[in-house]
Design a protein around this ligand. Sequence first.
Ligand code: PEP
Length: 250
Amino acid sequence: MRTPIIAGNWKMFKTVPEAKAFIEEIKGKAEVAGVESVICAPFTNLPALMEAVKGTSIKIGAQNLHFEDDGAYTGEISGVMLKDLGVHYVIIGHSERRAYFAESDEIVNKKVFAAFKHGITPIVCVGEKLEEREADQTKAVCKVQTEGALKGLTAEQAAQVVIAYEPIWAIGTGKSSTAQDANEVISYIRELVKGLYGENVANAVRIQYGGSVKPENVVEYMGQSDIDGALVGGASLQPTSYVQLVEGAK
Ligand code: PEP
């Protein structure tokens, strides 16, 4: 069986003292047997967070990495540096990075390889824009992005990837996809993985839903056959609601 995974995406929020205080508040609460609990924080918070979660089951993720190990890439952070901190996860290809930082499927794929090279599990985001949904292109977009992200991975690696299906029109808008619609697209993505790697990998790969998930709707998403958790922005910023999200995933 697949272990559900709730991942908070803090985006560009929280100073180091705020991040530390958050962990103090969720310790022992956002630690539910059978649910993986992950906080993906800004780079500046990562050393303090790695220290803060010691002795807990809470895992820490970054929100991006560069695909090279080092070099003249001003402002970038590499997998070598994240591995040095002991970070467990890294979000790759979030729609905000695709939109504002021109991340293509090729770049996403290189970043996925860089994460594996350094033993960090990628959380790869895929999802359609509103106009693509309206043009009935949701599955076509998810196909290109999923196949692009996984290209060249071994079956063993593909089975470890976490995929986050995030319809862009639902991110930070309060307009969430219905649980049934999200499940339909996620089942389709699982079928794509099956086509590429076979049934065992498809059954192992975890696929989250993301887009205005909150404590009030998380249980409904988690009740769907193919949804293995959630990638959550806004509702992951408050300790109480983050704890409720993790509890809702059990
Ligand atoms: C996200 O940042 O990936 C996200 C889904 O945000 P929100 O939960 O705020 O829609």
